[in-house]
Design a protein around this ligand. Structure first.
Ligand SMILES: *[C@@H]1O[C@H](CO)[C@@H](O)[C@H](O)[C@H]1NC(C)=O
Ligand SMILES: *[C@@H]1O[C@H](CO)[C@@H](O)[C@H](O)[C@H]1NC(C)=O
Ligand SMILES: *[C@@H]1O[C@H](CO)[C@@H](O)[C@H](O)[C@H]1NC(C)=O
Ligand SMILES: *[C@@H]1O[C@H](CO)[C@@H](O)[C@H](O)[C@H]1NC(C)=O
Ligand SMILES: *[C@@H]1O[C@H](CO)[C@@H](O)[C@H](O)[C@H]1NC(C)=O
Length: 474
């Protein structure tokens, strides 16, 4: 570490450009904060041969760098190579993990490389199985100012073996996620390619001030639960400029599950999503829920491109969830080849156990969609609230949807339904304006532009600094 840092300093104080080129590469990257200290994984015995397990090298690098957290912070560089590793914990504040553009962090496929940890308090159990779960590949708890970034370097979850075990019901515990950071603030996850997570890819949970941007996330569209980005009980989050292909929701906004989420009571609030391209044939572009028992409020989504996805922005909830999904604003969404353009389901079911409260009804209100176009869409709106607990204040304006013409065998049932009814609504209320085809009677025409907030969230105003590192000896 010290050698590298000294070289770096010398690199900076050189007097002319020729001397400055004592590094093979000067890297610049945007980050919340730049760091004073730098180490390379090889300084701690790491081997990038794709076979050697680097978990201990990474852990000792982070432990060593954590000692200078309060002296300007530190960064760990994962250099070019293939770096096999099990789960590791980012134990340090003011820390950056930088994955070089030619580096691949390869997740170990051994269960024993993922410690067992308690379920999340707001879920009460693991999602795949009751009880404990495997720690995520990259984890962190109670941290301040943590950056996981790179020059579009790759983190490969090598999830195939986990997907198989999940399908054949051979898992005793819940699959690991790729990145899960808990109870932290000032978090940046950006400029990376994430692929083949055993389950969800990015899971910031109980966090504040979160920036997720410039991610390419790719998983097979046939594999369940490989969600892209799942902000969960987080306040002040921005998700930007990312491309996601997934077997599950591209973005799923969450806040805990039934009685556990209600008791924990931590909402997701002030979330801004902008510039997302999503391919999700089996799921939603943006799902709100189904776990929403801490509440979801103030979500703004715009400039979304959906291609070959099951649905656009979808609300998923059920009796027993409690809490609310409210003040949701969506505009400029372009959808091409979709089963559902608008989908709300009050009957999502899926309970953690029998202990949920059948009187805990979710409140769904003030949901705004505007300025959308859809092509090759099978069903325009399937909006099903809860009997005795209608979803209210739904507003849809300036939307043009072209229905799919050709029948596709696997979707025959849907097409037959759609011929009768491109909209199917029950237990909902609201208005519509300039929407084609004409919405259901529960969304009567009223001349209106649905709301979209004119203020900007503080997290949107955070400007990343430009950091630089000298890299590689000539
Ligand atoms: C995080 O902080 C909470 C509250 O201060 C504490 O109870 C918990 O043990 C901490 N967890 C970790 C992993 O540091
Ligand atoms: C990042 O890498 C992925 C996979 O190699 C590639 O598809 C994507 O275009 C790259 N993104 C950027 C911004 O370079
Ligand atoms: C329309 O959607 C169907 C699936 O529902 C797909 O097979 C077909 O290729 C799409 N057509 C176009 C023109 O995108
Ligand atoms: C209607 O929506 C389209 C995008 O689909 C947008 O270009 C146009 O400006 C919107 N019209 C109004 C009046 O807002
Ligand atoms: C409309 O939705 C209700 C409730 O989900 C369902 O029972 C009914 O079959 C649907 N109608 C059509 C024509 O799809």
């Amino acid at each position: 570490m010290d050698n590298f840092f000294v070289c770096f300093l010398l690199g900076l104080i050189c007097l002319n450009l020729a001397e400055c080129r004592s590094y093979a590469e000067q890297i610049q990257f945007p980050a919340l904060n730049c760091r004073k200290h730098t180490a390379i994984l090889t300084d701690f015995g790491g081997k990038g041969d794709g076979k050697t397990l680097n978990t201990n090298a990474i852990k000792s690098a982070i432990a060593s760098l954590s000692k200078v957290a309060s002296d300007g912070g530190a960064q760990l560089i994962v250099p070019p190579g293939k770096w096999l590793t099990g789960s590791f914990n980012l134990i340090s504040d003011h820390f950056t993990l930088y994955i070089h553009k030619d580096a691949i962090l390869l997740a170990s496929q051994e269960e024993s490389d993922y410690p067992l940890i308690d379920p999340l308090p707001s879920y009460g159990r693991g999602r795949d199985a009751v009880g404990k779960r495997y720690a995520s590949l990259i984890t962190g708890t109670n941290l301040t100012d943590v950056v996981i970034t790179g020059g579009n370097g790759t983190i490969d979850g090598q999830g195939a073996i986990w997907w198989q075990k999940f399908k054949s019901k051979k898992l005793k515990y819940t699959r690991p996620y790729l990145i899960e950071i808990l109870f932290s603030n000032q978090l940046q996850i950006s400029h990376l390619t994430l692929t083949n997570s055993p389950s969800w890819h990015v899971h910031p949970t109980y966090c504040r001030d979160v920036i997720v941007e410039r991610l390419t996330i790719i998983a097979p569209v046939t594999v369940p639960n490989t969600d892209g980005i799942n902000p969960d009980s987080c306040i002040n989050t921005r998700i930007r400029d990312s491309y996601i292909v997934s077997g599950d929701d591209c973005i799923a906004v969450k806040s805990g599950w039934d009685q556990y989420g209600i008791k924990f009571g931590m909402p997701t609030q002030h979330l801004s999503i902008k510039g997302i391209t999503c391919i999700s044939p089996k799921s939603a572009v943006i799902a709100l829920g189904s776990e929403m028992s801490g509440g979801i409020q103030d979500v703004r989504a715009e400039e979304i491109v959906a291609i070959n996805s099951e649905s656009g922005v979808r609300i998923k909830t059920a009796v027993g969830r409690g809490a609310y999904v409210k003040d949701i604003y969506v505009r400029n969404i372009n959808m091409n080849t979709m089963k559902y353009a608008f989908w709300m389901s009050g009957n999502y079911g899926s309970h953690p156990d029998d202990g949920y409260d059948p009187k805990a009804l979710p409140e769904i209100k003030n949901i705004n969609f505007r300025d959308a176009v859809g092509k090759n869409v099978t069903i325009v709106g399937d909006l099903i609230g809860i009997e005795g607990d209608p979803f209210t204040g739904i507003c849809i304006s300036n939307v043009t949807v072209e229905l799919a013409k050709k029948k596709v065998v696997e979707e025959l049932d849907l097409f037959e339904k759609a011929k009768k009814l491109p909209w199917n609504c029950s237990d909902i209320g609201g208005v519509s304006s300039r929407v084609t085809p004409t919405p259901c009677g529960l969304l009567p025409e009223k001349e209106v532009d649905c709301a979209f907030p004119s203020d900007v969230l503080p997290i949107d105003n955070v400007v990343l600094k430009t950091c630089s590192i000298g890299f590689g000896k000539k």
